[in-house]
Design a protein around this ligand. Structure first.
Ligand code: GCU
Length: 669
């Protein structure tokens, strides 16, 4: 809770990698800033915990004082431009392990790599590599409110805010270590929905505490960002408008942002949710998103600041009779025509799919749809629609599919990864963001296995070439130790978890069959008959919305051949069939099964998968520490119960709608 917290994957067990032991005896470094100090501190901790060694450390220059004939580690920051952008090189120079970098962040990442590799059993001769983070920004977005609650938070309360105040304590530092160890370099600490007290975060009222957080973050190479309220000139400044073209408003912002940048050298800029789900924005003044974003961009530009502007803009009050409005189209319709209008220090942050973090969605067509605009990918590791950290759902395989998706915006280098890393169009303001899944629970993420998503997101945004299995294996070994069966079984559980969740929840890309507002548990028609409607339009013959050119036209937002691929039920990837098409229950799928039979089968299979996950976990009894073993067992048992509820609610809904029974004769209610 509030006081206690665990070390998660930085919980070092004694290592039997004895060949590496001798290197953890001395560390020298040629530059002594706060980040390098952190790297030295990390080596000191690792040496102590892995090998019970008190490492010696000292400042000295490679050229003159470093003794290369003695085993040890040396950090060398130099002018090797090849290592720009947070890269590092680890190699064996005579007897010494050398970590070279151009930036201090490079040294820190090299150090975490060295520690991790040592734990994973690396041989010293394997160190001969040059590594760069592949995304410039590797960001976490916390949706923490100042009263201490977390919007879509499933692991306790905020460790950034409490009772309307900013908090700084040991946990702040532990957090910085944790996320920096996987390469995170930017963090937004407050919710995108900025209301009430949170509007004041940009004023001098909270500056002392923010400065302290800024310093802690900075020493781990992390820039601090805040979410802001577009209507702040009115709410705080007493102006009569927040019109982005109003000179007074522009001046107000310029003055207001000075403080943060001046007081917090590592302040990065702002994240903005505007004209979205009731938040204020430029629409009120008949201005475009570009005009809104550019006004703020101009204000932060003198300090090298960034404006990250979210594209989650849609009509959340769509009338059910209105067959033309399609929420899926909304981001593209709102932003695509503004391509080229945004300032250089604006990045548009686009959710992975056109809806909202469902278990299965197509890729947002804004990726590939904008060529002269900086884009960033937004994913959610808070499992809002994927089991809320009560169900295990390892999301890294999903994120890999997203990154690999070919948009066909160009002949090559056209994947989502290429676009958001800056490869496609050569832009440097780009990267990835994830809605964070942490809170003040002892284990940080509620479900112990949900920490794999936090770890995995960081590692993947740093190096998208890592496989989901590699990441899982790293995380398991670091968290639970290098133990027989532990790695195999937990890997297996993680790797089967996303498919399992998909099977027992909403079928074939349709999404949304959850209870409105809190979004946990099955409710097929919950959003069907809600004011905030998002529709599947199921009747007794068919289900789904035609989003092709004959329907809402959503598919035309993609380049060819994707447009064509999604355009017919025959060519559409089946996992997305009901997202793009309206399909009769008797339609025959590629497996030869009818749609209705597929719904029954997948739901029974999903529950069987969870049964297997429980069994695999039970096999680990005695091999893991008691507390985490029981915590996870408890959640898996609950998941099993809830997956049965999903199965039964979904199956009986479709059974009663269609009056078609299960071919396999299983009991449907
Ligand atoms: C979802 C989520 C909200 C959140 C919103 C957003 O709709 O349910 O809680 O505010 O996304 O991303 O802004």
């Amino acid at each position: 809770g509030t006081m206690g917290f665990e070390k998660a994957w930085l919980n070092y067990y004694k290592s039997d990698n004895l060949a590496m032991r001798d290197y953890f005896t001395v560390v020298t470094y040629n530059k002594d800033d706060s980040i390098v100090k952190s790297a030295v501190l990390e080596l000191t901790t690792a040496a102590k915990e892995l090998f019970s060694i008190d490492i010696e450390s000292s400042l000295c220059d490679m050229k003159s004082d470093v003794d290369k004939t003695r085993k040890g580690i040396h950090f060398q920051i130099g002018d090797n431009k090849d290592l720009e952008n947070e890269g590092y090189r680890i190699s064996l120079a005579d007897e010494m392990l050398l970590i070279e970098a151009y930036t201090s962040n490079g040294i820190l990442y090299g150090t975490f790599d060295l520690i991790r590799s040592t734990i994973l059993g690396a041989d010293v001769h394997s160190f001969n590599r040059t590594i760069f983070p592949k995304n410039p920004l590797r960001m976490l977005n916390h949706w923490d409110n100042m009263d201490g609650s977390i919007e879509r938070g499933y692991s306790g309360n905020s460790f950034f805010f409490e009772h309307g105040e900013v908090i700084v304590n040991e946990r702040t530092k532990a957090y910085a270590r944790l996320v920096s160890s996987v390469g995170i370099n930017a963090v937004v600490i407050n919710n995108v929905n900025v209301r009430g007290t949170a509007t004041n975060l940009i004023t001098n009222r909270y500056i002392d505490k923010l400065k302290q957080i800024g310093e802690i973050f900075a020493s781990y190479g992390i820039k601090l960002y805040l979410s802001l309220n577009f209507a702040a000139p009115m709410e705080l400044g007493g102006l009569t408008s927040a019109d982005p073209l109003d000179e007074e408003v522009r001046l107000w912002w310029k003055k207001e942002v000075q403080l943060l940048f001046k007081e917090i050298p590592s302040f990065g800029g702002f994240l903005v949710k505007a004209d979205s789900e009731g938040r204020p924005g430029p629409f009120t003044y008949q201005r475009t998103h570009a005009e809104g974003a550019n006004m703020l961009a101009e204000a932060v530009k003198p300090y090298g600041g960034l404006i990250i502007w979210r594209c989650f803009v849609y009509n959340c009050k769509q009338d059910w009779r209105d067959m033309k409005t399609d929420r899926a189209r909304a981001s593209f319709d709102n932003f695509q025509s503004l391509d080229g209008d945004f300032a250089e220090n604006v990045i548009l942050q686009v959710k992975n799919g056109p809806m909202d973090f469902q278990v299965r969605e197509p890729i947002s067509p804004l990726f590939g749809g904008m060529k002269k605009t900086n884009l960033m990918l937004e994913v959610q590791i808070a499992q809002e629609y994927t089991g809320q950290q009560r169900h295990v759902c390892y999301l890294i395989p999903m994120f890999k599919e997203i990154l690999k998706f070919r948009t066909y915006c160009k002949e090559e280098n056209d994947t989502v990864f290429d676009i958001v890393s800056g490869n496609t169009y050569g832009n440097k303001n780009a990267g990835m963001a994830a809605v964070a899944n942490t809170g003040n629970d002892d284990n940080w993420t509620g479900h112990d296995l949900a920490a794999a998503n936090l770890y995995g997101y960081g590692r993947l945004s740093f190096d998208p070439d890592l496989t989901s299995e590699e990441i899982a294996k790293e995380w398991i070994t670091l968290t639970f130790g290098m133990k027989e069966h532990v790695i195999d079984y937990i890997s297996k559980i993680l790797m089967m978890s996303w498919p399992a969740y998909e099977k027992y929840t909403s079928p074939l890309g349709i999404g949304w069959m959850v209870n409105p507002s809190h979004h946990y548990g099955p409710n097929v028609d919950g959003y069907e008959y809600d004011r905030w409607g998002t529709y599947h339009k199921a009747d007794h013959t068919a289900i789904g919305v035609d989003r092709t050119k004959n329907g809402t036209g959503y598919t035309t937002q993609y380049h060819q051949p994707n447009q064509e691929l999604y355009g017919t039920p025959e060519t559409c990837p089946e996992e997305l069939l009901l997202f793009f098409h309206r399909i009769p229950y008797t339609y025959q799928l590629k497996t030869g099964k009818t749609l209705i039979q597929h719904i029954y089968d997948s739901h029974f299979e999903g529950v069987e998968d969870v049964e297997e996950m429980v069994k695999l976990w039970e096999e680990l009894k005695g091999k893991l520490e008691e507390v985490p073993y029981h915590r996870v067992l408890h959640r898996l048992q609950e998941q099993l119960e809830h997956s049965k509820e999903w199965r039964d609610v979904i199956c009986s809904y479709f059974y009663r709608k269609t009056a078609i029974g299960d071919k396999k004769g299983r009991e449907l209610y």
